[in-house]
Design a binder for this molecule. Structure first.
Ligand SMILES: C[S@@+](CC[C@H](N)C(=O)[O-])C[C@H]1O[C@@H](n2cnc3c(N)ncnc32)[C@H](O)[C@@H]1O
Length: 403
């Protein structure tokens, strides 16, 4: 198969640039930046579309940069970040374009009527305070190589917090296949959750290590501070990928709830360890309102009870939860999004405002469509750079009940 030359003119959901080949086939190209003329090694060709990656840049975009991370170029290379070759400021615009595209094409919404904007500028280096990595055959933490399952062990990682970088550089987890490392940026706490079991790790003295097989029987936690609130995050509990990102997300959710009466009932759906309940949610209970946090994972629900003592924590799946009348809902589902049955439960609260935090543009599009079909109109979306140097988006979208 020849390597065709083509011009990519826009970004697609998923972070690849999109152009038409000589036969009019939509071609999704990784490692490319919109407006570039590139030569593409095709890896999949279907009748109407194809997929590939850049082998030569004929005409570079002004937004193309030399990757700041030495592990993001050369062969073999690290596949941990897919946008190291894009200037950080330009990444913001591309993420907004991805979200606009998802709301318009998948959500079928009139995006001209939605205020879609980037959130605050967040750091692009040393920001990650939580990371899930492979463990290679020698027990070292590793990412994957691009478009491959093969491990790549970076000597150091540019996007993680220095307290995690030290673990990448020095720790060994023999016999493990995967490890999730989390640190408290403002406390210095560190922990690692190792799959399948702890084994005999070689780690810094202060690193608390727990095996995935021990979750629920033994507990290990770090503390992180967001808006001055100290949060317990146990191994097994979800937490945002960075402290700065968690703070920006809380601020965006608060912004989306501006003007909502604090004396009613707020539902924090998919509450995790209670990030929103312990910060924005407290504004409801302080004002004489009520706060219900719904979370399916018992470890996270236990953290939410500790972190947000004024919330009534319900340890249940949203799609099994019995809805109650509410004045506002925050929903922050996992990557798959809400889906129809959770949308039904949230809509049954009759809340005038639903604030949806999405970490996947495709599922945002699908959920936005489901909510629109139930009479909820999106009026604002804040696109947050929680995953700088990658095409991943985090979006806070506000929906108002129209009827
Ligand atoms: C993206 S996390 C958000 C957590 C929290 N809002 C935060 O920002 O830290 C999604 C959470 O939803 C929980 N979850 C997944 N499926 C659920 C369901 N069907 N019902 C309720 N919670 C669910 C997960 O355990 C996880 O804690």
């Amino acid at each position: 198969m020849d390597d065709p030359e083509l011009t990519v003119d826009r970004i697609a959901v998923g972070g690849k640039a999109l152009g038409l080949d000589a036969d009019g086939r939509a071609t999704f190209v990784s490692d490319a930046v919109p407006t570039e003329r590139v030569r593409v090694r095709l890896t999949k060709v279907a009748k109407r579309w194809a997929e590939g990656h850049v082998v030569e840049v004929m005409l570079p975009s002004p937004d193309r940069v030399v990757p700041p991370c030495p592990h993001a170029s050369g062969q073999p290379r690290c596949g941990g970040c897919d946008w190291q070759h894009v200037a950080t400021a330009a990444q913001r615009g591309l993420r907004v374009a991805i979200v606009e595209d998802a709301l318009r094409r998948i959500g079928k919404l009139d995006t001209a009527a939605i205020d879609i904007r980037s959130g605050p500028v967040l750091g692009a280096h040393n920001y990650r305070t939580g990371v899930r990595m492979l463990v290679d055959g020698d027990g070292h933490l590793a990412y994957r190589q691009p478009r491959s399952h093969a491990p790549y062990r970076p000597a150091s990682c540019l996007v993680v917090h220095p307290l995690i970088d030290e673990i990448i550089q020095t720790a060994r987890f023999p016999h493990a296949t995967e490890a999730q490392v989390r640190v408290g940026a403002l406390t210095g706490d560190r922990m690692a959750e190792v799959t399948p079991s702890v084994g005999s790790p070689v780690v810094p003295n202060d690193l608390a290590v727990i095996g995935r097989d021990e979750l629920g029987r033994r507990s290990v936690a770090v503390r992180e501070i967001v808006e001055g609130v100290s949060l317990r995050i146990s191994a097994g509990t979800f937490f945002q990928s960075s402290q700065t990102g968690a703070s920006a997300l809380v601020a965006a959710v608060r912004g989306a709830l501006a003007g909502t009466d604090r004396d009613g009932l707020l539902i924090d759906a998919y509450a995790g360890g209670g990030l929103f309940s312990a910060t924005v949610g407290v504004e409801w209970t302080d004002a004489g309102g009520e706060l219900i946090a719904v979370e399916s994972n018992p470890l996270a629900a236990a953290d939410a009870s500790v972190n947000a003592p004024s919330a009534s924590v319900v340890n249940q799946r949203i799609d099994e939860w019995r809805p109650v009348k509410a004045t506002a809902v925050i929903a922050d589902p996992a990557r798959a999004g809400l889906g129809a049955s959770a949308v039904d439960r949230l809509v049954a609260t009759t809340a005038p405002t639903i604030v949806l935090a999405s970490c996947d543009a495709g599922s945002l599009g699908r959920d936005a469509r489901l909510l629109a079909e139930k009479g909820y109109v999106a009026d604002s979306a804040r696109v947050l750079d929680l995953f700088n140097q990658t095409s991943h988006v985090e979006v806070v979208t506000r929906f108002r009940r129209a009827l």
